[in-house]
Design a protein around this ligand. Structure first.
Ligand code: TXA
Ligand code: MG
Length: 337
């Protein structure tokens, strides 16, 4: 394990794992990633195997600076440079046309590729030292909540990866925002740390893909293939209760009982005496809710809860991302109060 207080030798050791085709647990500001050399097809295939990931779900490439876009992408629109200038390094992934050297193993056969330049300095230092684009999905077993610290990632990946770099707990806590710049107008495929409001401020019109806010039918194909899978799901079924925090808390306390799990804002924790409670931060602090939501979901799996009820913030700002992750964990089983 390479720890947060890192030296140039540590960065080089991690980069060497990537260069020799290994699997590296790599910290980013959003969630921990399962990284490999994105130009090495065998290494990329090992990512799918370690996660148990469906083959039709493409990976994103991580780069240490925006100028690398030219290496892997074709027909780069002006909007990409506008977004890179404003939001990179940071929690934003752009879908762009790929160049032929980006393999089908990464893109699952699509003619586009997701590109991201992470804000985490150690992450960028490792990618720059390896001098390869790093293909990295979130470091969870497919279907489980994404890991936001080393312990969570090791829970899923110990024994399946060659090394993990400890870059501390993730500062954003939900995966990057994904915007498809090959669509007109640009389309939000997954909400995250860069908000819809910020994207509209930078670009003007941005559409929201349907998969963000509703359950996709069996025969529907969302533009981000990963959005169709049940995700982030604890073993027990989840119901999200939306609305004014005091009212959603009252609703949950009248329905939950012994054997129930509850995800709630800090202010309401005492209401749920006989339940197993995970708090996700104050009702007004959506940033904190984003940092804690995956850990809360994950923790129920080591309890025997039969059902889980969850409060949920409104959709403004990073609230849209917290909503999306909770709603997906619930299979869009939502009650509005
Ligand atoms: O924050 C993040 O983005 C994290 C960290 C590790 O960087 N990574 C991450 O990767 O969340 P992953 O694989 O768990 O999620 C990537 C999502 C999937 O839903 C996938 O379907 C979508 O991006 N995606 C990848 N390439 C795409 C493409 N060419 N077109 C549309 N969607 C794409
Ligand atoms: Mg993922």
């Amino acid at each position: 394990m390479i720890t947060e207080r890192y030296t140039a030798a540590d960065v080089e050791a991690a980069a060497a794992v990537l260069r020799r085709g290994g699997l590296l647990g790599i910290p980013t500001e959003t969630v921990y990633g399962l990284g490999a050399d994105g130009l090495n097809e065998d290494a990329v295939r090992r990512i799918f195997a370690a996660k148990g990931r469906p083959q039709d779900n493409p990976l994103i490439l991580h780069i240490p600076e925006a100028s690398w876009l030219e290496r892997y992408c074709a027909d780069i629109p002006a909007a990409a440079w506008v977004l890179a200038e404003r939001f990179w390094p940071g929690p934003l992934t752009m879908i762009l046309r790929r160049k032929p050297l980006v393999s089908d193993a990464v893109t699952a056969g699509l003619d586009t590729v997701g590109m991201r330049c992470p804000a985490h300095r150690l992450c960028r230092a490792i990618i720059a030292a390896a001098d390869v684009p790093v293909a990295a999905p979130s470091g969870n077993t497919s279907g489980r909540p994404s890991p936001t610290n080393v312990a969570d990632m090791l829970e899923d990946m110990d024994g399946k990866i060659d090394a993990i770099v400890d870059g501390g707990p993730c500062q954003v806590g939900v995966e990057s925002t994904i915007i498809d710049l090959t669509a007109k107008p640009p389309r939000l495929l997954r909400p995250g740390g860069i908000t819809l409001e910020e994207l509209r401020d930078a670009l003007g019109a941005v559409e929201v893909d349907q998969a963000v806010t509703r359950l996709m039918g069996k025969d529907e194909h969302p533009r981000a293939p990963g959005m169709k899978y049940r995700h982030y799901a604890p073993k027990a079924p989840v119901t999200v209760v939306r609305g004014d925090p005091a009212e959603s808390a009252a609703y949950i306390s009248s329905h939950a009982g012994e054997g129930s799990g509850v995800i709630c804002f800090d202010e309401y924790a005492e209401l749920f005496g006989v339940c197993i409670v995970e708090t996700i931060g104050p009702a007004a602090d959506k940033g904190e809710q984003a940092r804690r939501v995956f850990d809360a979901l994950r923790r129920f799996d080591s309890t025997g809860v039969k059902e889980i009820w969850s409060q949920c913030p409104d959709e403004e700002g990073i609230g849209l991302a917290v909503n999306n992750r909770l709603n997906k964990a619930a299979g869009f089983h939502i009650v509005d109060v």
